[in-house]
Design a protein around this ligand. Structure first.
Ligand code: EPZ
Length: 468
């Protein structure tokens, strides 16, 4: 029996939430809506916990161990509950540990699950695709339902399936998903990714560690979340060497044991609250944030006119006064400017004195959220085929978009619907920045990646009503 309903107890936050709920009920809001009264700077301290883009992958890695694993600092976000449900469905005993954010996984009795049940659990997550390798190692077969995830592009999985075939998997596409078998087991492979895909790199790592022989992965992703997953696998007994120039070398081993690991902090959530502090002329201490994984963001934050204080237990992000300045940004793979950072930052750039340009080079459709910002008074032009700019460091990529943001433009409250995770958080920032009231609907998407964001808004002094 899983203890999924066990919620992290945060009495202050839950008290704050109750106040907001009473106010929300009075104005007849549904639990998926919030009304924000803008114009007040965010001030105070919040804590970010483990990375939404690491913790679910670490949970999948527990399937590979012969003995139980412990994952700490796990955020209370819906992707975690989706993966916990899928693990339990496959016979893993999933329980909550003593400390907040501690999850335990006992993979002693992994078993095949029914396709219909898997489908029901998959939800809007992309993580199920990472079950392939571990289930093929444990059971010799796997069924993966159609994937969810933010609508910021096609989100294909061709790199994943090509890699699995190279390991010896037989892949069959079914109307409801993908069925895989490994008739002769899984063996090492030489794989070169067409693009340093985070998910495909995770797929190769989770499959190669128990495959017979050696695997060489070229053009790998090296995001901090990938490094943290490699640390977890190394704790389990894997032999993984990260070489120069995005090459990862894995020597397959016979057996892996469980791990005990504290998940890396969520740098995307930290960057989102930092952008909110900038846009609202506020001062927010983000507990748990670390400089090393945020260096590129910190440079841009400073160039726009923000300032920050690095402490041992987090980073203080604040607007030091004066005007915000325009910047030209190019999203890229690590250690470049993370694509997940651009959407929240766009709102602050609408308040900068001048013209900013963002070249989005990772996803082909990640500027849809700007329509609603223009409805609020922003002046953002999107170039679907990108913008040629001769003094750019890298040449324009195959599919790329650009957004040109002219500011400063005062924002006026409006009713807007959350389109995707990071765009949704940028709408909260827009409501906090705008004059008047903004009603943000379809909030559920935001809870996929931002733990207890309503309580955090309340802790930071935001003025809003929420029924929740
Ligand atoms: C991960 O997505 C993150 N999600 C994303 O964060 C993040 O933006 C992305 O990595 C890039 O860093 C999770 O970790 C759950 P990719 P992922 O494979 O793994 C193309 C957020 O807001 N591609 O690195 O799905 C793909 O279409 C989310 O937290 C293929 O063409 O991203 C994209 O253009 C959004 N074929 C590019 O590669 C494939 O088989 C990068 O995708 C796989 C990917």
């Amino acid at each position: 029996m899983t203890q999924l309903e066990h919620q992290d107890d945060n009495s202050e936050a839950s008290g704050l939430k109750k106040d907001a709920q009473k106010a929300g009920a009075r104005v007849g809001l549904t639990s998926d809506e919030i009304i924000i009264n803008g114009g007040r700077p965010l001030m105070g301290r919040i804590e970010v916990r483990g990375a939404k883009n690491l913790a679910p992958k670490a949970m999948v890695a527990a399937l590979l161990g012969k003995t139980p694993s412990v994952l700490r600092n796990v955020p209370n976000v819906s992707d975690i509950r989706v993966v916990a449900g899928l693990l339990a469905l496959h016979g893993v005993l999933v329980t909550r540990g003593e400390e907040p954010g501690e999850w335990r996984f006992d993979p002693s009795n992994v078993e095949i699950a029914h396709h219909a049940d898997i489908d029901a659990h998959a939800g809007s997550s992309r993580i199920p695709i990472l079950f392939c390798g571990p289930l093929l190692h444990r059971l010799g077969e796997a069924f993966i339902p159609d994937l969810g995830g933010c609508r910021i592009g096609d989100r294909p999985i061709d790199f994943h399936l090509d890699a699995l075939r190279k390991f010896g998997a037989v892949v069959e596409k079914l109307p409801s998903g993908i069925s895989l078998t490994a008739p002769n087991g899984l063996h090492g492979a030489n794989i070169e990714l067409p693009y340093p895909s985070v998910g495909a790199t995770e797929q190769v790592l989770l499959t190669s560690v128990l495959a017979k022989g050696q695997t060489e992965l070229r053009n790998a992703a090296i995001e901090p979340e990938i490094t943290d997953l490699i640390c977890i696998l190394q704790k389990m007994g894997a032999i993984i060497t990260v070489e120069p120039n995005r090459v990862i070398f894995i020597e397959g081993v016979e057996e892996l044991r469980g791990y005990d690991h504290r998940a890396l902090f969520d740098r995307n959530e930290a960057a989102s609250w930092a952008s909110a502090a900038l846009a609202t002329k506020g001062d927010v201490f983000v507990g748990g944030a670390r400089q090393e994984e945020m260096m590129t963001f910190l440079n841009v934050f400073r160039k726009v006119g923000g300032d920050f204080d690095i402490q041992d237990d987090g980073i203080r992000f604040f607007h030091p006064g004066g005007e915000l300045k325009p910047v030209t940004i190019e999203t890229d793979v690590h250690p470049g400017f993370m694509t997940d950072w651009q959407q929240p930052l766009v709102v602050a750039l609408t308040q900068a004195e001048g013209v900013s340009t963002i070249h989005e080079t990772v996803y082909e459709n990640r500027f849809g959220f700007t329509d609603a910002l223009n409805k609020m008074g922003a002046n953002i032009e999107v170039f679907r085929d990108g913008l040629h700019d001769e003094n750019r460091r890298v040449k324009r990529r195959e599919f790329e978009q650009a957004a040109v943001i002219s500011g400063p433009t005062p924002l006026k409250g409006a009713e807007i619907e959350v389109p995707d995770l990071r765009g949704g958080f940028s709408y909260l920032i827009a409501g906090l920045t705008a004059e008047g009231q903004t009603k943000v609907t379809n909030l559920g998407i935001i809870s996929r990646g931002y733990e207890n964001f309503i309580e955090k808004l309340r802790l930071l002094g935001a003025d809003f009503v929420f029924e929740g």
